[in-house]
Design a protein around this ligand. Structure first.
Ligand code: MSP
Length: 501
């Protein structure tokens, strides 16, 4: 890999509603952000990874009231649960933003003032439906049996004064940006979905304030109104970018539920104040659990804290991204997780590391011997190919493809052991044995670096056994074959993934 300039890379996740505790869907997006951030760090980018919580609005106020506590006290509690969970999964965000943060409140007020100065806001009346579950204005045609299908609740009927944003003025600009990928929407199917929405109908002005919702940021020039929670929330990305001049965002991550907010309203708001739109949006699919929709009423919601009582965090991190492509829908099941653990982790990865390090201990006192000419039938192009796919797939957020390439190399290394039978060489051919063991321990070093974004604990654990510190790394050096030094003393350690019944 060539040396290159240090580029800024600003990644965001949605900021999650705090009406309820975090679940596996929230974890999924946030882990994707962490994996992407770690990859970009590894290639030398200056990464800023933002996540946080969306705390205002009617829905949160309603839940807090039911619990009999002040909204801020309630949001403090739930927001802390999200933070704690991210720490448990070793998700390293650079900022955890809360829409109740004071800097955010003032950036939102400034943003709104700018929209008004530029004459993109006017006062009118909103008459229509509003689902508090999605915090979204609804059309009668979107209801099923009079209810919001996503939240199974009857929407509120509103007739109230409100401020409106003149969205339709940005229609053709948005279409151009999206068509020429200046605002890149991935996967392609989501880009087409947004384009057909934009091209298929007249856009309407968007109500951006509420009259009777007190838990929110006041409209700066009219204290009788608060800012619509989605407008408040979208601006979080801009708040976090401000201090460090990070705008535009390089990558907004989310699921398909909130595509239009991010690809229509948000870029239009930015264009209106003379700012750049985000560079790209990546939309992933939805989880089902054992084939059914995850929902509270079905009682099948997976709490990511519970998973950690059964497996180390790396197991969950990698499983979620190996199980199905990022971008499509996928299913989660405990059976598949167990199978994955015993198969790909215990039998394949864990076994490879344990076999190689044990042989090094037994046959060479744990000392790596590097011979000048080292071949012994090991196909180094397999390693280079894996690096190539690793890099290309992580650039494109094809996490499963990157993992497949890593596992193909693990399989190749295991096969190389079986073919060469080092235990026989130990009796007859010591010289070749040294070469074979070097190839194996060196391939493990490569594998651990490839695994680093996905499985940071495991990767660091292996690297430690190889006495390799990559904190002051240069990836192109690390990717060179033969980087593991002659004379390195390895430590064996426990099995990485003991088999389970
Ligand atoms: N607060 C808004 C987002 C504002 S961003 C400016 C919101 N919050 S949310 O808590 O409902 O989170 C929605 C996001 O959580 C989805 O876009 C996705 O990232 C994640 N997921 C929630 N449920 C999910 C699944 N069942 N499957 C996959 N991801 C899911 O919308």
């Amino acid at each position: 890999m060539e040396e290159r300039l240090r580029l800024k890379y600003f990644i965001t996740t949605p900021i999650y509603y705090v009406n309820d505790v975090p679940h596996i869907g929230h974890l999924y997006t946030t882990l994707a952000g962490d994996i992407l951030a770690r990859y970009h760090e590894l290639i030398g980018d200056e990464v800023f990874f933002l996540t946080g919580t969306d705390e205002h609005g009617a829905k949160i106020a309603e839940v807090a009231e039911k619990k009999g506590i002040e909204p801020k006290e309630f949001t403090d509690q739930i927001s802390a649960l999200f933070k704690a969970l991210w720490n448990k999964y070793d998700i390293r965000y650079d900022r955890f933003i809360r829409t109740t943060d004071t800097d955010h409140e003032s950036v939102v007020a400034d943003f709104l003032n700018k929209l008004k100065e530029k004459d993109f806001i006017y006062k009118g009346e909103y008459r229509g439906l509003y689902c508090r579950g999605c915090e979204t204005y609804k059309k009668p045609s979107e209801l099923v049996n009079g209810k919001c299908p996503d939240h199974n609740r009857v929407p509120d009927e509103l007739a109230e004064p409100a401020y409106f944003f003149k969205l339709p003025q940005f229609k053709s600009q948005l279409i151009d940006l999206i068509k020429n990928d200046a605002l890149l929407i991935q996967p392609e199917i989501r880009k087409n979905e947004v384009l057909s929405f934009l091209e298929g109908q007249e856009l309407e002005d968007v109500a951006i304030s509420r009259q009777n919702v007190h838990w929110g940021i006041p409209v700066p020039w009219d204290e009788s109104q608060t800012i619509y929670v989605w407008v408040d929330a979208l601006i979080n990305y801009y708040t976090a970018a401000k201090e460090k001049s990070l705008w535009p965002a390089d990558m907004h991550l989310m699921a398909k539920d909130i595509l239009r907010f991010h690809c229509v309203i948000w870029p239009a708001m930015l264009l209106a104040i003379g700012e750049k739109p985000p560079k790209s949006v990546f939309v992933h699919g939805y989880f089902t659990i054992d084939g059914t929709k995850m929902s509270k009423s079905l009682g099948n919601v997976i709490n990511p804290n519970d998973l950690l009582t059964e497996y180390p965090r790396d197991v969950i991190r990698v499983f979620l991204f190996k199980a199905f492509p990022f971008g499509g829908d996928g299913d989660f099941s405990q059976d598949l997780l167990r199978e994955f653990y015993n198969g790909q982790l215990a039998n394949e990865l864990g076994n490879l590391v344990q076999r190689v390090l044990t042989m090094l201990k037994n046959y060479q006192n744990g000392v790596v011997i590097k011979q000048s000419e080292s071949d012994s039938g090991f196909d180094i192009s397999k390693v280079n190919d894996a690096w190539k796919i690793w890099g290309e797939s992580l650039q494109k957020l094809q996490f499963d493809i990157g993992l497949k390439a890593i596992w193909a190399l693990i399989k190749y290394a295991n096969q190389y052991i079986d073919d060469n039978k080092p235990w026989e060489m130990a009796k007859t051919d010591k010289e070749n044995l040294q070469v074979v063991l070097y190839n194996l321990v060196e391939v493990i070093r490569h594998l651990s670096i490839m695994l680093l974004p996905y499985m940071p604990d495991t990767a660091q654990n292996i690297l430690k056994r190889l006495q390799t510190d990559i904190s002051d790394h240069n990836l192109s050096e690390l990717q060179k074959w033969g980087n593991l030094k002659d004379g390195t003393e390895i430590s064996l350690g426990e099995a990485l993934f003991p088999r389970r019944g």
